[in-house]
Structure formats: structure tokens, C-alpha cells
Design a protein around this ligand. Structure first.
Ligand SMILES: [Zn+2]
Ligand SMILES: [Zn+2]
Length: 62
């Protein structure tokens, strides 16, 4: 069974890093599937780790 390591943010679940497939001897055969191994990293991605409310740069003036 081939394995592919996929790292995801544990907080939001976004993709952090997708490693290359680690092929086994049966790699490339018909019906052969790649087992995905998910590894969680202990934080959120930059998009979801940005806190709301701290937007002091948001100017409401015209
Ligand atoms: Zn395999
Ligand atoms: Zn995210």
C-alpha cells in the first residue's frame, strides 16, 4: 500500500503541506490505491489565524 503524507491545520483543516507519494511495489497497478495519511499541525493557517477586530488599518472615513 502506498502512502501519501498530507499535513493539515488542526484548527481550520486547511491543507498545510502535501508530500510526494511513497510508492510500494504494487504502485501503478490497476485498482491500486494510495492510502492518505493525515498529520495535523497544531495551529491554524495564516488566513484563519488572523483575528478579527484588530483591523486598526481599516479606515471608515471618506
Ligand atoms: Zn502501494
Ligand atoms: Zn485555514
Amino acid at each position: 500500500m502506498c502512502y501519501q503524507l498530507v499535513e493539515r491545520y488542526s484548527v481550520c483543516g486547511c491543507l498545510y503541506f502535501q508530500h510526494a507519494i511513497d510508492p510500494c511495489t504494487a504502485y501503478g497497478q490497476r485498482g491500486h490505491q494510495v492510502q492518505e495519511k493525515t498529520v495535523l499541525v497544531g495551529y491554524a493557517c495564516p488566513r484563519h489565524s488572523a483575528r478579527r477586530g484588530s483591523g486598526s488599518s481599516y479606515s471608515s472615513g471618506r
